[in-house]
Design a protein around this ligand. Sequence first.
Ligand SMILES: *Cc1c(COP(=O)(O)O)cnc(C)c1O
Length: 424
Amino acid sequence: MRRFSSRGHDFLPTEYTNIKPFLPSLPPPPIGPDGSPLGPEALSVLFPSGMIQHEITLEPRVPIPEDVLEAYKVYRPSPLIRAFELERALETPAHIYYKYEGTNPAGSHKSNTALPQAYFAARDGISRITTETGAGQWGSALSQACGRFGIDLDVFMVRASYLQKPLRKTFINMHGGSVCASPSDRTRSGRSFLESDPEHPGSLGIAISEAVEVVLSEEDSCYSLGSVSDAVCLHQSIIGQESILQMEEMGEYPTEIIACVGGGSNFAGIAFPFLEKMLTGGEKIKFTAVEPTVCPTLTKGKLMYDFGDASGLTPRYMMYTLGAGFVPPPIHAGGLRYHGMAPLVSHLVKLGLINPVAYNQQKTLKAGREFTRLEGILPAPESNHAVAAAMDSAIEARESGEKKVILFNLSGHGFLDLAAYENR
Ligand SMILES: *Cc1c(COP(=O)(O)O)cnc(C)c1O
């Protein structure tokens, strides 16, 4: 039996697929300070023109720029692997597949959007990108992409992670990016949080405020977001598109698709191309989004207009949110500590097309250890949320006898997170 699907470049899509034209309704648009919908002009102070176009397009297919495609060819298509050992150990009749996004130079799915974002900045003649990073994966991916397209990078890293994961800083520096801990004394927003607590652990919302503040005060630089936005979800669609072809090669079709959710982008990436099929007459699939119990945006948050950052500098988005001021405890899955959720993912949860669940850290790390022993691949702490939910679903199949084909997204590797596995 086949162990994994082949990785030829004929499996690499040349267009992104856009879920928007296939949805029964669109999410409400982002709004400005006066509550009216924001046009593309309002975004142009922050983003390169190519990103704005990707943010608003309603075209079902969007060409991948040639230079980005060349960069993808270094690591794509990513492998789709059948988890035989895991199936055996769980004694489940379910078939379990995982799409492994940890094989690229930065080690997570974030490179899929970092590369087009750096490309679009370079195309507009922008010389520097300023951004935030939670656990450091976004900063890592963007530093490598900026290196490739000749752009400077300035990263605000959530302090809790900055202290927990110093090697991420080393990685970003090696690619020429600079990193500082957030909240920092470089911005007004940062200083206001430091005043209330000099040891403030930070949050993604605060780091976004700092990055946006810097971009608004500088000529010749732009802002870049690693998740949440419609454009990022569009870029990640290559994960699902490849998976469709690879599952076909394996002779199967998923009955359930599972991914972890922080801002929602790796979930959108693997799920949306399959959702498009389902909405246009294809087989029914159960879509499961897994978040941490300590940052329960979809399972306990409210669907409402909220800021993307902690200081109210960004537009307001219609999304599930725990409140822009929410500071989650410093868990190892730093990439899942965000108060909000992609408007597209939020909208689909509201429509009942996505099933959200929450898992705690102990359970997800235990699943990650077991997966590593059985399959030989070390998942990032974030990805362990998907691993744990896939294992539960396979165990349920053992009891119900249901013929499940589970596909989950293994969003990144955990080599720089080994300490998380050590501290039980
Ligand atoms: C950033 C990150 C996540 C969470 O972000 P999403 O936008 O929800 O995908 C998940 N896994 C890994 C490995 C990450 O780096």
